[in-house]
Unconditional design. Structure first.
Length: 112
């Protein structure tokens, strides 16, 4: 079994930014699927779709395994935990800034 190697967050966020790749991840959240099943809803040539899978795999977001002629892709949640950790680390600062903005706006309303 492959062990997870952390990927740089920019590669993960770049992979998540594409609508096709995001749709693939949303589908894989329900369970593993074959490449052909994943590609079916998308209107693009096979090689183009495989490039999307390669980006997802390169970012550590999915894994794939071949059995005979069928390649099955599965979600690799470890990379998503890296994103979650990043968001959690920044959540307090964002909340504080929003609270400060709310306080500012209340003070401004009181003056007018």
């Amino acid at each position: 079994m492959d062990t997870y190697q952390p990927q740089p967050l920019p590669a993960i966020f770049a992979a998540l930014a594409d609508p096709t790749r995001l749709a693939v991840l949303e589908r894989l959240a329900r369970g593993p699927a074959s490449v052909s099943d994943l590609a079916a809803p998308h209107r693009m040539a096979g090689p183009s779709f495989l490039k999307h899978l390669k980006v997802l795999e390169g970012a550590g977001l999915v894994t794939s395994r071949k059995a005979g002629r069928v390649r099955t892709v599965a979600l690799a949640p470890a990379a998503l935990r890296d994103v979650e950790a990043w968001v959690d680390a920044h959540r307090a600062a964002w909340a504080r800034r929003l609270d400060d903005l709310g306080d500012f706006l209340e003070r401004k309303d009181d003056r007018t």
